[in-house]
Structure formats: C-alpha cells, structure tokens
Ligand binder design. Sequence first.
Ligand code: ZN
Length: 261
Amino acid sequence: MAVMRSSGIRKFAIVSLLITPILIYHHFIGALLATASGTGENLLLTMEAAKLHRISGVDKVVALTFDDGPDPRYTPRVLNILARENIKATFFLIGKQVDKYPYIVRQIIEQGNLVGNHTYSHPDLAVEDKNQIKDEIDKCQAAIFHVTGQQPIYFRPPRGLFNQQTKEIVSKNGLKMVLWDVCVEHKRSRTSSQETKRVLSLVRPGSIILAHDGRLNRKKTIEALPMIIKGLKERGYKFITLDNLPPATQGTYVGKRPRVI
Ligand SMILES: [Zn+2]
C-alpha cells in the first residue's frame, strides 16, 4: 500500500512537472493577449505577424519603406532626399491618394523606387469583413496599375493590423505581406534627433524600416530622414528595395512583434 501510494505521488509529481510549464506558457500567452488586444484571434495574428517583419540571414542591408503616400506635402521631399543620397526605397501607397496625385506616383517609379499596396482608404483590416478587405486591396491594386502599368507584389496592412481573411485574400491575389521591425515615428521621440538616435540603435542587418510620408504631420520624419540615412551609411548599411532581397532570403522573415502605430 505504502509502495503504491509513493508510486502514485511520484506519478503525480512527474505529471505536474510536465504540465506546469504548459500552464505557465498559457498564462503568459493569456497575459500577452490581454495587453495586446483582448481577443484570442488577435494574439494569433500578432504571432503570425511576427514572422513577417525582418529579413533574416542577410548582410548589412536595410529596406527603407514609406507608408501613407503619395502626399504632395511630403513625398516630393522624400524623393529629393533619396535622389540626393542615391538610394531607393519602397512606398506603400494608399489607393485614394494614388487617384489624387498620379504625377507623384510616376515620379516615385521614375526614380527607381518600388511601390506596394497599402489598401484604398486605410481601414483597420482586422475588423473588416471579407468583401470589404478584398475591395480595399483590389481597388488599390487597380489604382496603382492604372497609373504605373505595374501590379504591386507587396502589401502592407494599415497599422500592421490584419485577420485570417486578410491573409487569405492577400495570398490569393499573389501578394506578399510585409510588416516592419523598426518604425521611425515613436511617441517618445519628440525631436528628429531623438527619432534618429532611436532608429540607429534598433536597426540590425535585414531590418525593414517604416517611415511615413503622408496622412498626418510628418515634418519630423522628413527632418530625421537625412540623419538616419547618414548614420546607416556610416555604419556600413546598404539600402535595398523589397524586390532586391537576395533570392535565398526571399520569404524568410523573422523577429518580434511589430509595434502597432
Ligand atoms: Zn498606413
């Protein structure tokens, strides 16, 4: 009887040992969930998103990306800076803006930059239904094609938010979802030099840097951009557009959760 009891206790101890880490893991995930968004689905998407935001296994290259243009207040200034520095970037365009300012889109292309799809009207795709998501992506794709004759192959969801349906529609349309690991704009960066310092401290080989050239006031970003580029060049970084990733690294993205802005 004593032997049986001790064997029972041992079994219980072993099972507890096995189960505890699982419980802790679930608790941890649950806590993350609560802070992230409050729903299980969104946590899952956050984890999915984590796979898409940094190019792995590459040398000192970075991809500069700009969201929310074209915007006559900022995009031409960004283009001037890129031309002066002799570098190229990827612009995720809002379809509505493309319809309004086609001449800026043509200038983006003429300078050898790449354009991507950032939806037609910048909605929160995590809460949109299937038809709305499809419509947003299709209309932006059509607007860009109308102006450039090119079908973008990269897609970035507004604020990095998306759901399972978004993923399915994106991949059915032959698009590739791209997020980021470093964002130039940050609430704690009050000046352009603070923005610069923060970006330079976070960039790693293969980083996808997100900056904005539209929608809100982007004056600080425009001021920071030459300093960020200078700092990265001094550190030996080369600038590539997303379609110029080394073939071996295409589709291999790693890293932590992007910060949602
Ligand atoms: Zn955006």
